[in-house]
Design a protein around this ligand. Structure first.
Ligand code: ADP
Ligand code: MG
Length: 476
């Protein structure tokens, strides 16, 4: 039996890999570091309280089995949690938690002086003196969970959002920070959380506000000498949803006032939901103490949606608006616009508008013309998925075969051609291209590109294939 924690953990990891999905493995096990092995106790370091709770909730049977196998029946696992929610000490410190003890670790208690006057508090949204119950949540009913399509790209953020909505302030996802690129659903998801809370807990005061609006309100409050009212108003909220916090960057005074509001809400068990276009580590111009609070709960990202998710989003939208479109048009849209759901929806709407204005029926040709105009400025990149589709259509092969591991000659050739075009026309890495084309490694892709180049020079028919395909790919 091995006595070194790294070796023991490595053995554990090997078993875990076989028992959980790749995604789960990357999310929950890769960040773990073995710290020590003493007697039969293996201590692993996890990045946060939330991590520990998640592992306990979802992976205890598996971990127990593995520890027993690696360390015998006396074997035990202990967690060491990096705590970031420490006010005075910037360095993370660690706490030990045995697997059997599920007691939550409390944040170091902190009290903030609060001047609670009895005066009515001015509501920066409307008129001074409004009472708490009258606060409008600013939620858009269309941005509900029902209308939010679930996919691999948003699964963690969506389920964390749902957990928060079920138990606002009562989970370790506080704050819940949702981050991701433009048009990927941050605003939608944050509204969905608010709407769901309002449905479940009508008595709770939920408020959605963009950071920009908050900033303007604060500036007005400074002008009107009503900063106290401003802060008190926000401190009364039960669920505060602050959209696009990256907007606070470089605005020290606003960050300062938000910092105090944040502390007050957090200490009183209120829920905070934040969105941002970047993860906390990449936020510039943000005070350290605020950034560290952003990391207290859970940061969950929204990634670009897969082809299936894009199609599902389009179909949902069409259904909601009572529109029907030919399947190839829907697929074409989904293949062409890959990185921004707002653009995807925009293209759908323009297409419908165009068709109805010109009394034309919506065909693939019309879609192609329109997309060209619509996304002209955004230096569009062909997607690997689309390349595969065009290549498969051309050779009349099912796309599943191309993505499979089969070594049949004609499939291998089509696959190599798809790899070649993916290398030529996208910014994807060789490794990523390989992954998309039958789970091959980067060396295989490199070999494919060389083979295609060689054949192109020596084989006339082959060159014709490539020319045809290149034309098809370019006119999209
Ligand atoms: P962000 O705030 O990240 O820029 P939005 O939340 O404004 O993005 O989303 C842009 C558009 O895409 C909205 O119309 C939204 O309804 C839609 N959208 C985003 N994600 C989804 C999804 N998973 N399902 C359905 N619609 C979505
Ligand atoms: Mg937004």
């Amino acid at each position: 039996m091995s006595t070194d924690q790294n070796q023991v953990w490595k053995n554990c990891i090997d078993i875990i890999k076989d028992n959980v999905s790749m995604q789960a493995f990357k999310t929950w096990f890769e960040p773990i570091k073995p710290v020590k092995l003493e007697k039969n106790v293996l201590t692993i370091q996890v990045p946060s309280q939330f991590f520990y709770e998640w592992l306990e909730e979802h992976y205890v049977p598996l971990l127990k089995r593995i520890i027993r196998k690696e360390l015998g029946t006396e074997g035990r696992l202990e967690y060491s949690i990096i705590m970031e929610n420490n006010f005075d000490n910037a360095n993370p410190y660690t706490v030990k938690v045995p697997t059997t003890n599920k007691k939550a670790i409390k944040n170091p208690a902190v009290s903030m002086p609060l001047d609670m006057s009895d005066n009515p508090i001015r509501n920066p949204f409307i008129i001074p003196g409004l009472r708490k119950l009258n606060i409008d949540s600013n939620l858009n009913p269309n941005y509900s969970f029902d209308n939010f399509i679930e996919g691999d790209c948003n699964r963690l953020a969506r389920s964390a959002g749902f957990a928060v909505a079920n138990k606002p302030g009562g989970t370790s996802f506080n704050p819940l920070l949702i981050y991701g690129g433009v048009g990927l659903g941050k605003t939608h998801l944050s509204h969905a959380i608010g709407i769901e809370i309002k449905n479940k807990y009508p008595e709770k005061t939920v408020l959605y506000v963009s950071s920009e609006k908050f900033t303007h309100q604060f500036i007005d409050a400074v002008k009107n000498n009503s900063v106290n009212d401003f802060s008190h108003f926000y401190q009364m909220i039960d669920v505060l949803i602050m959209d696009d916090v990256q907007f606070f960057s470089g605005k020290e005074k606003t960050q300062d006032v938000f910092f105090h509001i944040f502390n007050h809400l957090h200490q009183t068990g209120k829920q905070i939901v934040l969105t941002s276009d970047k993860p906390p580590v990449e936020m510039q111009g943000m005070e350290q103490r605020l950034l560290s609070r952003f990391k207290w709960g859970l940061s969950a990202d929204l990634q670009t949606p897969s082809l299936e998710t894009r199609i599902a989003i389009l179909e949902k939208k069409m259904y909601a608006d009572g529109i029907e479109l030919p399947k190839d048009v829907v697929e074409y849209l989904a293949y062409s616009i890959t990185t921004n759901i707002r653009e995807l929806e925009g293209a759908l709407i323009s297409l419908i508008a165009q068709a109805s204005l010109n009394r034309k029926s919506i065909t693939l040709d019309l879609a192609k013309q329109m997309i060209d105009k619509f996304v002209k400025n955004t230096a569009r990149e062909v997607s690997i998925d689309y390349i595969q589709k065009v290549v498969c259509d051309y050779f009349d092969l099912p796309i599943e075969l191309l993505k499979s591991k089969t070594r049949k000659r004609e499939i291998v050739q089509a696959r190599q051609i798809a790899m070649y075009f993916a290398k030529k026309m996208t910014k994807s890495s060789l490794a990523n291209i390989g992954l998309h084309c039958g789970g091959k490694d980067h060396a295989t892709v490199l070999h494919a590109c060389r083979t295609v180049n060689n054949l192109q020079e020596t084989d006339k028919h082959f060159r014709k294939y490539l020319d045809d395909l290149e034309k098809k790919l370019n006119i999209q």
